[in-house]
Design a binder for this molecule. Sequence first.
Ligand code: ADP
Ligand code: C5P
Ligand code: MG
Length: 228
Amino acid sequence: MRSRYCRQLQRALGFRFPLPTRRPLLFGPHRLMKPLVVFVLGGPGAGKGTQCTRIVEKYGYTHLSAGELLRDERRNPDSQYGELIEKCIREGKIVPVEITISLLKREMDQAMTANVQKNKFLIDGFPRNQDNLQGWNKTMDGKADVSFVLFFDCNNEICTERCLERGKSSGRTDDNRESLEKRIQTYLESTKPIIDLYEEMGKVRKIDASKSVDEVFDAVVKIFDKEG
Ligand code: ADP
Ligand code: C5P
Ligand code: MG
């Protein structure tokens, strides 16, 4: 509609000017499908990333790991947030939501601009505290629907052992005992209350994540086959 009007105007004026680009599908007037979101939460090393990879293969979701996006942003030499992100990651603290949500929003928008049918997202490691939750509600209210929260429940000892094992090859600056103690503390103090909040709303699907990868995935499949 708008571009037809522009072309008529171009003809009337007798010269060509650039046509306005389409606004992003997620937030602009051209939005066709609402993103459907599954939040994936659990302690560090609970197996969120491992299971998300399998869910993507079987159910065609787009996997967005907040932690991965922050690590990518930290590596970007043009980013003004690199140092802040690195400090938070090492200390097991949560990065201010404005940064994290802008990265998530960008990825969701890109995915849906590339293929509007791809509207199912696994958002892994978010919302991790009240600030994350408020930022999500402020920015995404009415623009995306949260289907449920997939909660990988795993005790701290197993989580720590898995991360230390991962640390042998991950190159992550936070897969060490000192950072892990802080990450577990942040999980218990800040993330668990968010999971509890969703639990009160009947939105949590809890899985025993201390079992083998295959057994955990069997439980995941039961949930996704039911929830769609
Ligand atoms: P998260 O994303 O929750 O931090 P990951 O999926 O990266 O966790 O898993 C942490 C480490 O534990 C990885 O090295 C992974 O291979 C391993 N792992 C994941 N799930 C299991 C499981 N069910 N049993 C044993 N090891 C696991
Ligand atoms: O989920 P993952 O283990 O990859 O997260 C690594 C770190 O990234 C967290 O310990 C935290 O410092 C940061 N993070 C964050 N906010 C999020 C997710 C991750 O600050 N929502
Ligand atoms: Mg992960």
